[in-house]
Design a protein around this ligand. Structure first.
Ligand SMILES: [Cu+2]
Length: 155
């Protein structure tokens, strides 16, 4: 089979780039202990109800317009069902799942995390405008997936 010189150059460049990116990923995973950035710690999914702070999910004020929100995702709901915060608040969400893989997304805000049983995911956002933000599960998790929603009310 004949391969033109220019084709060979592009194939070589493509394979070299792929090898380079895989080497960067492997280095980050092995040397830096990289895990997907939303997963910050492990938790026993069977003991969520007795593991602080997830034993009392909800909002905690940590400073002036700074909050931490602890969520438990479970078929087919988020706990808490609703958050109310003032405009301009920065919220760091901590989410874990009690059963299966869920999603945690607030459309048009950049808040988007995968929620895996056994892990705590985290994502932060500053709510600069007032409104009722819909918080949804964006990973198919079963027959009632479309019902799985919560609300962030920014006043
Ligand atoms: Cu779902």
């Amino acid at each position: 089979m004949h391969i033109y010189k220019l084709e060979r150059i592009w194939i070589t460049a493509g394979v070299a780039m792929l090898a380079f990116f895989l080497a960067v990923l492997a280095t980050a995973a092995i040397v830096d202990g990289y895990v997907p950035n939303s997963r910050i710690q492990t938790i026993d999914p069977a003991k969520i109800s007795e593991t602080p702070p997830f034993d009392h999910p909800g909002l905690r004020k940590t400073g002036d317009k700074a909050y931490e929100a602890y969520y438990v995702a479970q078929i087919f709901q988020f706990t808490p069902r609703k958050l109310t915060i003032p405009v301009g608040s920065r919220v760091t969400f901590y989410i874990t799942s009690a059963d299966v893989e869920h999603g945690f997304s607030i459309p048009e805000t950049g808040v988007n995390a995968m929620v895996t049983p056994g892990w705590v995911s985290s994502v932060s956002h500053t709510f600069k405008s007032a409104g009722k933000y819909l918080l949804i599960c964006n990973e198919y998790c079963g027959g009632g997936h479309q019902l799985m929603a919560s609300e962030v009310d920014v006043q």
